[in-house]
Write a protein of this length. Structure first.
Length: 366
């Protein structure tokens, strides 16, 4: 449960963020560019939506072998993850465009990904971006009892195998959004009066959730059952595989950013204060990977630049590769860590090694 007493030191004695923010602002000013998205993000939006939606209509319209349908379903899953990382993410951070309604529209794409705008903004923008990697506060670290992401979580005997079975669970991310997670989260968040901005009307919020879920199920399950000459359970298998593909991609990208040995997972003092200022905290709790891989950068929506994203969440991801040079240089000047893996492969290996470490039975201190 989030405790409102959590506080970051207000005074930055070394002026790290002030210096960094000034340099980043100068970059945009000197190059006469906006901090939001440009034509590049619009092209990516078209590509990702095509990957996601075109196969859906092709499957409905054309009779084809089962293996072809399976391939298209997997492509839909890739597109689904692409829309989430490149379009929805920037939209709900307000960094897609300088125009508010465009951000709202792109952020609302989460509804066709089986999610909910209100829940996502509370969990991600409020809890995750504020209390990054703080056990009991950042819900992204909360994997229930089945996975142990931090040494502060209770250990169970089956955790010693988590580096084997975790990958099987990662794919369930978005299908859980569709079925259970959104209902559980909304009940919890509304009860605690949490919101990113103004607290929504409970009736409108719940009505939106129920209506969008009904429309979602109609589009992705009912229509294929009515149109296609397939038994219903094959449709459900396709639905599951689409979600599993998207969930696996999204989960791995998320975990490489924070669930690593290199990422700090601090606990606050008894009075709720943390050691580092918010900006330094973000620097120490995030990890970058594959900074030179253009495809990874393009497909993940810049989420391989988590350090930059967490310090500047309102800057569009299309600028991260440029400002990363500024962040890295400034961190080095201030003798602060800048966590980075040169490749995705090395980051994945490091992540599962960390899961193995967290799965080992803790040694009791005498």
């Amino acid at each position: 449960m989030i405790k409102p007493s959590i506080k970051f030191p207000r005074k930055d004695s070394i002026n790290f963020f002030k210096t960094l923010n000034s340099r980043v602002n100068n970059y945009f000013k000197e190059n006469n560019i906006k901090r939001t998205g440009n034509w590049k993000i619009w092209i990516k939006t078209i590509v990702m939506f095509c990957l996601f939606l075109v196969p859906y209509f092709v499957i409905l319209a054309i009779s084809m072998p089962g293996w072809s349908q399976l391939l298209l379903v997997l492509i839909m899953g890739v597109g689904m993850a692409g829309v989430g990382m490149n379009v929805m993410h920037d939209g709900n951070h307000g960094s897609y465009s300088k125009i508010k309604w465009v951000n709202k529209l792109m952020g609302s794409s989460i509804y066709i990904l089986a999610g909910n705008v209100y829940n996502w903004k509370v969990q991600h923008n409020v809890l995750h971006h504020t209390y990054t990697n703080i056990h009991g506060h950042d819900e992204d670290l909360d994997a229930g009892r089945i996975l142990r992401f931090t040494k502060h979580a209770k250990w169970k005997w089956f955790h010693r195998f988590q580096h084997y079975y975790s990958i099987l669970l990662y794919g369930l991310l978005t299908i859980n959004w569709a079925i259970t997670t959104d209902f559980v989260q909304m009940k919890r968040y509304m009860k605690r009066k949490l919101a990113h901005g103004k607290l929504p009307n409970p009736f409108v919020n719940w009505s939106t959730l129920i209506l969008t879920k009904a429309i979602y199920m109609f589009i992705w399950i009912a229509i294929p059952i009515l149109v296609m000459k397939l038994v219903w359970w094959k449709i459900l298998i396709g639905f599951f595989l689409m979600h599993y593909t998207a969930g696996l991609i999204l989960s791995v990208i998320f975990q490489l950013a924070h669930v690593m040995d290199e990422a700090d997972m601090p606990l606050p003092e008894q009075d709720g204060t943390l050691k580092n200022t918010w900006a330094i905290h973000q620097l120490m709790t995030t990890v970058n990977f594959s900074p030179k891989n253009k495809f990874v950068r393009w497909f993940t929506g810049g989420l391989n630049y988590q350090v930059e994203h967490h310090i500047f969440p309102n800057i569009s991801h299309i600028h991260y590769s440029k400002i990363a040079k500024i962040v890295k240089k400034t961190a080095k000047e201030f003798n602060l860590p800048y966590n980075e893996f040169e490749s995705t492969r090395k980051a994945i290996i490091a992540h599962f090694n960390y899961l193995k470490l967290m799965g080992a039975k803790p040694i009791l201190k005498v």
